[in-house]
Ligand binder design. Structure first.
Ligand code: ZN
Length: 815
């Protein structure tokens, strides 16, 4: 299922982008989708309501003559034609049989643009939208302010960010913001702008700007008006820039000067542990990866029906690369198909007919190779992507198989030993643990630098800087600079856009060499909480999808290692999962079920408040390096600001272990004052930019350690107050204010409050505390508990004491 129309489009674009590479490798139609299995009976195109697999497909043809040919064949072409570097792209509505028939005729039929699933989804979206439009009455809407903030970013440019939710959720609701230009100025003197309606999974979320607005003066208030009559004026607060103690004059930083592959970063943390044995050590993670290694392969043929490929049984570096295969045409007429193996050289003598012409088909050659004892000890053969292989094979000179791996010999081809660097003065489990991990996604090259820089700063400043010493003395820090070493080696040396690990879970019909950049498991979708296997959105079960969740939860050693670390060291209470790019700061929940956008349970009000207050500290630290502000609109629970990510690791750590987990996306968009636009930085920016990102987000990781240390040493109990917020003749509303992030447990029936009593909740997504409304005078009893476990007035919720808070909330004329 998709999370949004944009998500659907992005996935399709990604699928399309993967194809030209495969084409250059194989000069063959590269198929994005597996074909129906041979012999499977699929009804041909019928009515639109039956799920016959009819889909709108892309076809790439060399020139106009082929477009005309398709047209003459009666193919159901769309009114679309796009010139490409290598030909012309047209779109056609095809059943699976029609698509296969075109492929068999040599047409390059690619992935689906839309299919019956989209049709069903569109119908659901349509009826949802019509229901909510009906619900939106002509009455005045109510506007709920969520956030209004100004901030500076890079070169002191000022920006304004506003989020407001309308009670009218339909698409015809238009919100407009005006703002002043500082204290004492007219309310509209700063400017005016329309807001964008933010929807996800077909549901209205709130209105915002797509990117923050550049402003000349910091506004004091904004006024938002709706075309449905609603209006609200909101004070504007400053986002980030919290005063932060400058590092001491002996503090040292900046230890990375080039992008590093996983072998280099792992060597670096190992040498750090040797250099600082009193305050650090290496923890070997128990599950070795599959390794930067592959079977050796070769492919023969130019069109699908006459093409086959072979894969070595041994990995390339273990002898697979030494195998060769030749296809010879015998001089004699009427000779039989035969296979000869000499050492590692395989020769297939093709069959000929009475006239001496070759008659062997791809299928026959495949069967002969797989049926020969000596050949099948060396290799396995297959037809091209499930093709029946009825085309005749041509003779070919001896071709050496290759694993296609290009990393230098310094990169081991063996299973990789993943390592964590453990930093702390007392590493006995008595100190609060923090788990910093980077590069779950291979192509995110800046992220391991961030983890390495943080390790260097902690160890090299221990003897020089009192603040660093407090962190190392009071915490137990685990740093894994690369969670995906095999995939990252592949990204460095073979295919730079590799996101997943290197393990091929595809069946034989997608295991040909041209498919090799489409294999692997998305490690941040392989975890066991809110996974695709549990019905959550934002991952794939297709082995060639870039968000492939793997064959099952926690199938991959890299993911198992993360879980192992949190189980082995239960003192770990905080985690940071560092990715790139976009400049985000996020926390759980991280996934929802698309139907009804059913989220994993939101964290409670006290924890959410803790996340927000920690944001201010952590993101202000990021900002100190070069002024980068992470936007308010890119801060918050994952699905509120990005998209659903089924089976991600932060959810695993939070829901299974209670570990407070964040996600960074390093690489905030950079504002260009000349074009007045934000520009995305990408996965692998020039190192000068990548270096800056590593420096600023290492400062953010250090700030997370400061938050963890403050949490672990927090002995202060929270203080709370009851505040009446609204009164009418028949009812009174109240809420609680607390002097730090904490939960309030309360009773309305005069009983003693306990940890099982109702908890104060948030009024809604990105909103403040709920209002509790009563219609009769009530004795309210309550206490606050912070997330470090300190309880107001040292009240014992499970005891008998009466030292909780009490207030009488009066309704109407009882006053
Ligand atoms: Zn990522």
């Amino acid at each position: 299922m998709r999370s949004s129309l944009d998500g659907r489009r992005a996935r399709r674009v990604a699928a399309a982008l993967a194809l030209p590479l495969a084409l250059t490798l194989s000069a063959l139609p590269a198929l994005a989708e597996p074909s129906p299995s041979p012999g499977e009976v699929v009804p041909d195109r019928q009515s639109t309501t039956a799920q016959n697999g009819v889909a709108l497909m892309r076809i790439v043809v060399p020139d106009q003559a082929d477009v005309d040919r398709l047209n003459a064949m009666g193919v159901d072409l769309a009114e679309y034609k796009k010139p490409l570097d290598n030909g012309i792209e047209v779109h056609a509505v095809l059943s699976p049989e029609e698509a296969q028939s075109l492929r068999d005729q040599g047409f390059d039929v690619q992935g689906a643009i839309s299919d019956q699933t989209d049709y069903a989804e569109n119908q659901v979206e349509r009826s949802q939208a019509m229901r909510s439009a009906a619900a939106a009455t002509a009455e005045t809407d109510t506007l709920t302010p969520l956030r209004a903030e100004w901030f500076t970013s890079l070169d002191d440019q000022r920006f304004l960010s506003v989020e407001v939710k309308s009670s009218a959720t339909d698409a015809q609701t238009v919100l407009t913001v005006t703002w002043d230009s500082g204290p004492g100025t007219a309310p509209d003197s700063g400017g005016t702008a329309a807001m964008s309606r933010f929807t996800d999974a077909g549901q209205y979320m709130y209105h915002r700007f797509n990117s923050p607005l550049s402003v000349t003066q910091a506004p004091t208030t904004v006024t938002v008006t709706s075309n449905r009559g609603g209006s609200v004026t909101i004070p504007v607060t400053k986002w980030l820039g919290a005063a932060r103690k400058a590092p001491g004059k002996h503090y040292v930083a900046d230890f990375v000067d080039h992008y590093m592959d996983p072998t280099e970063v792992t060597d670096r943390i190992s040498s750090l542990a040797r250099e600082f044995p009193k305050i650090s050590e290496i923890v070997d993670l128990p599950y070795k990866t599959n390794g930067y290694r592959r079977a050796a392969q070769a492919q023969f043929g130019t069109v699908a029906a006459s093409t086959f490929y072979v894969s070595s049984k041994a990995y390339g570096h273990e002898g697979g690369n030494d195998i060769s295969v030749a296809l010879t045409k015998p001089e004699a007429a009427s000779s039989a198909l035969g296979v000869t193996v000499t050492g590692k050289d395989v020769v297939v003598a093709l069959a000929t007919d009475a006239s001496g012409a070759v008659t062997s088909t791809a299928r026959q050659v495949v069967d002969a190779l797989n049926g020969d004892a000596a050949a099948s000890a060396l290799l396995a053969a297959g037809t091209y992507r499930g093709n029946a292989g009825t085309g005749q094979v041509a003779a070919a000179p001896a071709t050496r198989l290759t694993d296609n791996l290009k990393a230098p010999a310094t990169v081991s081809r063996e299973p990789f030993q993943m390592k964590a660097l453990r930093v702390g003065k007392r590493r006995d489990g008595s100190k609060a643990g923090v788990f910093l991990y980077c590069q779950e996604h291979a192509r995110e090259w800046v992220t391991p630098l961030t983890c390495v820089e943080t390790a260097e700063r902690l160890l090299r400043n221990y003897a020089r800087d009192a603040d660093t010493r407090k962190l190392v003395d009071d915490l137990d820090i685990f740093i894994v600079p690369t969670v995906n070493p095999d995939g990252a080696h592949y990204s460095f040396y073979d295919y730079n856009m590799q996101r997943r690990n290197m393990t091929n879970h595809c069946a034989v019909n997608l295991a040909d060499p041209a498919a090799r950049n489409s294999w692997g498991v998305d490690l941040n979708r392989n975890f066991s909480v809110g996974s695709i296997f549990d019905g959550y959105s934002g991952a794939s079960t297709s082995c060639t999808s870039d968000t492939f969740a793997g064959p099952s939860e926690l199938s991959e050693p890299e993911a198992k290692n993360e879980v192992w670390l949190t189980e082995k060291y239960p003192n770990i209470k905080f985690a940071m999962n560092t990715h790139s790019y976009g400049g985000y700061f996020m926390w759980p929940p991280g996934a929802y079920k698309a139907a009804g956008r059913e989220l994993l349970p939101r964290v409670d009000y006290g924890t959410e408040s803790f996340f927000w207050s920690a944001s201010s500290h952590i993101l202000s630290a990021v900002q100190t390096w070069r002024g980068t502000a992470i936007w308010p609109g890119r801060t918050g629970p994952v699905p509120d600001v990005l998209y659903s990510a089924a089976g991600n690791s932060a959810d695993e750590h939070w829901y299974n272990k209670g570990i407070i987990g964040w996600d960074f996306e390093v690489g905030a968009d950079v504002y260009n004052p000349e074009t007045k636009r934000f520009q995305a930085v990408g996965f692998q920016p020039a190192f000068t930019e990548g270096h800056e990102e590593a420096m600023e987000f290492s400062a953010g990781q250090i700030a997370i350690l400061e938050v963890a240390r403050a949490f672990s040493s927090d002995k202060n109990a929270p203080k709370s107050e009851l505040k009446v917020t609204a009164q009418t003749a028949g009812s009174t509303s109240f809420t609680f204010t607390i002097d730090e992030p904490a939960n309030v447990y309360y009773t309305l029936d005069g009983s003693r409050p306990t940890l099982s009593s109702p908890k104060l909740t948030a009024a809604g997504m990105r909103e403040g505390a709920q209002q509790i409304t009563i219609d009769a005078t009530t004795e309210v009893h309550w206490f606050a508990a912070d997330i470090a476990g300190n309880i107001e007035k040292n009240y014992k919720p499970d005891g008998n004491g009466k030292n909780y808070n009490k207030a009488r909330v009066v309704v109407g004329d009882a006053r």
